[in-house]
Design a protein around this ligand. Structure first.
Ligand code: PRP
Length: 177
């Protein structure tokens, strides 16, 4: 299928699969004794979360959050609006936040504080991609798939105007005129 907006593949389906398996192996080892609650951040994380969890060898539970920035003010303040909150009471739980992409880091910075305030036993972050050069705050990512340059990426759950989420690989998008 021709995709005129796609610049080139950043990570092939195979490369993603290898890295997701490695993350799943590490997580399975670390959480052997404490069934984690995987919290997927919608929408982008849904493909990564599904593959990651199926590559894991321990019992896990799932929950989801959907977040949205509050307009331009929040680009800098990092205040986000919760569109869908957790269904689960996370008091005393081992929470593993699963994200597709960390860009400025402001979304996760807010989310971490929000989740920590609910009294979990532990909170860690698993992010498939991290645009390190674009980070505005330091985020403690325990499980990181790939560090990427500051390019607009699509595929494997990530979109441009809601398209391309179903590409099985990760690609860069051509700069729009
Ligand atoms: C992306 C990504 C993170 C957020 C990261 O979501 O999934 O949630 O942006 O950006 P930040 O580090 O600059 O805060 P997006 O807003 O594109 O929504 P989507 O997952 O529904 O596509």
């Amino acid at each position: 299928m021709a995709e005129p907006e796609i610049e080139g593949t950043l990570f092939t389906e195979e490369q993603v699969k290898v890295q997701v398996s490695e993350l799943a192996r590490r997580i399975s080892e670390d959480y052997e004794d404490g069934q984690p609650l995987l919290v997927g951040i919608l929408k982008g994380a849904f493909v990564f979360l599904a593959d990651l969890a199926r590559a894991m060898e321990i019992p896990v539970e799932f929950d989801f959050m959907a977040l949205s920035s509050y307009g331009s003010m929040t680009k800098t303040s990092g205040v986000v609006r919760i569109l869908k909150d957790l269904d689960t009471d996370i008091t005393g739980r081992n929470v593993l936040i699963v994200e597709d992409l960390i860009d400025t880091g402001l979304t996760l910075n807010y989310l971490l504080r929000n989740i920590e305030a609910r009294g979990p036993k532990s909170v860690e972050i698993c992010a498939l991609l991290n645009k390190r050069a674009a980070n505005k705050v330091e985020i403690p990512i325990k499980y990181e798939g790939f560090s990427i340059p500051d390019v607009f990426v699509v595929g494997y759950g990530m979109d441009y105007a809601e398209r391309y989420r179903n590409l099985p690989y990760i690609a860069g998008l051509k700069k729009q005129p």
